[in-house]
Ligand binder design. Structure first.
Ligand code: 5GP
Length: 347
């Protein structure tokens, strides 16, 4: 048995210290970034925010709504193959990841779509990125898709970030147990405080010219600013984008003043019982459900939420004097707060 005594941090454990700057207004900052990907040599420019590949969030309509902001969507894998072909032939494809699972069926579907579209971004998605077979799958995917940007995860430690990039991933997805509808930490005891995971994985990935995507655990725009400050190149969101018109999921209505109005939407983890029943006919015996189902308030169009997120990030950049998003990590000093309660031992 081994204990790590280093303090590890979640978003809530820190604040960003303001710094003197020449920026007077949030309109003076630029939230877009350009990345050159290590294995493909291709470039992408935009606002590096990604809607999670959950069937409620990673929808075609989310892709349409996020495109004007330059943000991305990891399209969920449960659309029929022909619907995916049509989507990835269209002009929203440049800001979208095709989500591939690791089963034979998933790989057949990928081959079908790839044969019919110029897929440029693939996200290989597994709950546990620590298996040997996952590393092999990344290497195989790289071999068979020389021109596609590959995002792979999830993982939370520097040595796996390095291993994934060396195996062929351009972007590593960082986060285990941090998701808002994830129950992995409760059920298994496994996890890693998200901000520290991002900081450590970014350091490792950047050394190999790879990128990291912080996945899960953001609940307010300030968390997204902290993720960028910690070195995240991309930030993936589930819960913060839930409850909007662009999402899939049951809507609950109430009658108010004689009118039926939407008040809440169902949002669930991709390995929750709800998702398992929907796609696999139930939770398999060998694996417990590691996701839960919640109701989130109905919030109308996602546009207003994205504007609020961008407003928060811009304002944060103004406070630290970062004119471009790329400068944010260099200009970030985190102040650790709540030191008494939030030690690694009482999580
Ligand atoms: P959020 O932004 O809601 O905090 O986190 C979204 C992330 O949670 C997703 O991108 C995905 O990595 C993770 N996630 C989604 N569904 C499940 C689930 O059922 N179980 C677990 N362990 N993680 C999930």
């Amino acid at each position: 048995m081994h204990i790590e005594y280093d303090r590890k941090l979640d978003f809530k454990d820190v604040l960003i210290r303001p710094k003197r700057s020449t920026l007077n207004s949030r309109s003076e900052v630029d939230v877009s970034r350009t990345f050159r990907f290590v294995h493909t040599g291709t470039e992408w420019t935009g606002f590096p925010l990604i809607a999670a590949n959950m069937d409620t969030i990673g929808t075609f309509s989310m892709a349409r709504a996020l495109a004007p902001f330059g943000a991305m969507v990891a399209v969920h894998k449960h659309y029929p193959a022909d619907a995916l072909v049509e989507f990835f032939r269209g002009n929203l494809a440049s800001n979208a990841f095709y989500t591939a699972g690791s089963t034979a069926e998933d790989l057949d579907k990928l081959a079908y779509v790839k044969a019919r579209t110029p897929l440029t971004k693939i996200s290989l998605d597994v709950a546990n990125g620590y298996t040997e077979t996952f590393l092999e799958a990344v290497a195989r995917l790289r071999d068979e898709n020389k021109d596609a940007v590959i995002m792979a995860g999830t993982i939370v430690t520097a040595e796996m970030a390095e291993a994934l990039i060396l195996a062929g991933a351009d972007i590593v997805r960082v986060g285990i147990g941090s998701g808002s509808v994830c129950t992995t930490r409760d059920l298994t005891g496994i996890g890693y405080p998200q901000l520290s995971a991002v900081i450590e994985c970014a350091d490792a990935a950047h050394g190999l010219k790879g990128q990291v995507c912080s996945d899960g655990g953001c609940t307010v725009p300030g968390d997204i600013a902290k993720a960028y400050g910690g070195g995240a190149d991309f930030v993936m969101l589930g819960g913060m984008l839930a409850g909007h018109d662009e999402c899939e999921g049951e809507i609950r209505h109430e009658v108010r003043d004689g009118h039926k109005v939407p008040v809440a939407m169902q949002f669930y983890g991709m390995s929750s019982e709800v998702a398992m029943k929907k796609y696999y006919g139930g939770v398999a015996d060998y694996r417990a459900s590691e996701g839960k189902t919640v109701e989130v308030p109905y919030r109308g169009e996602v546009k207003a939420t994205v504007q609020e997120i961008i407003g928060g990030v811009r304002s944060s950049m103004t406070y630290i004097g970062a004119r471009h998003l790329k400068e944010v990590p260099k200009r970030t000093t985190f102040v650790v707060v709540g030191a008494q309660r939030n030690t690694v031992f009482d999580r």
